[in-house]
Design a protein around this ligand. Structure first.
Ligand SMILES: [Zn+2]
Length: 179
């Protein structure tokens, strides 16, 4: 199966890196920003008027990035080269590849946090199918060893809940092929 990748370059991240691990995240496909969030982003110097943003647009506007974003239909948006850093996981931004698995629909911050703490299945069959294809390519290319894949919540358990219980970690990892 071929995977579909669309490039949408972002400037947010270190110029170069030698990735040692892959970090799996989740975020809404579309992010809903209300007036009070607009205000708090403004105090941080970020221009984010109340409204709905595609995940890639949201990250771009707040100065963050991930190497890949995976759409619910299984296709990918590539925003950084894997040999460049990206701003996706505090403390790991210059030695890891970040992949955001997008949850279909429009999500407010609160609704999304509830989803991440729930057991609700949200990963699509197409996402379960194409994510391992992309990841096996990364494993091959960088000769990664077993144990180099993490959930964001594994690395920052007190701050981060993504990708949550709805992302079946063992099912995903069972599809990875190690040398
Ligand atoms: Zn994350």
């Amino acid at each position: 199966m071929e995977i579909q990748v669309t490039e949408r370059p972002s400037n947010h991240g270190a110029k170069s890196q030698n990735p040692k691990k892959v970090i799996i995240h989740a975020m809404g496909e579309y992010i809903l920003i209300d007036k009070s969030q607009e205000k708090s982003f403004k105090t941080l110097g970020k221009d984010l008027p109340a409204g709905t943003y595609h995940a890639s647009e949201f990250l771009e506007r707040i100065g963050l990035s991930a190497h890949y974003l995976q759409e619910p239909n299984g296709s990918f948006i590539k925003t950084r080269l894997t040999i460049q850093g990206a701003f996706h996981a505090k403390g790991f931004n210059s030695d890891s590849i970040g992949i955001e698995v997008l949850v279909k629909g429009v999500w407010s911050y609160i609704n999304f946090e509830q989803l991440m703490k729930s057991d609700k299945d949200w990963v699509t069959d197409l996402q379960y199918k194409t994510l391992p294809i992309l990841c096996n390519g990364i494993i091959d290319y960088f000769s990664m060893k077993e144990g180099s894949f993490y959930r964001h919540s594994d690395l920052s358990p007190e701050r981060k809940f993504d990708p949550g219980h709805g992302f079946h970690w063992e099912k995903f990892k069972g599809q990875l092929v190690w040398k």
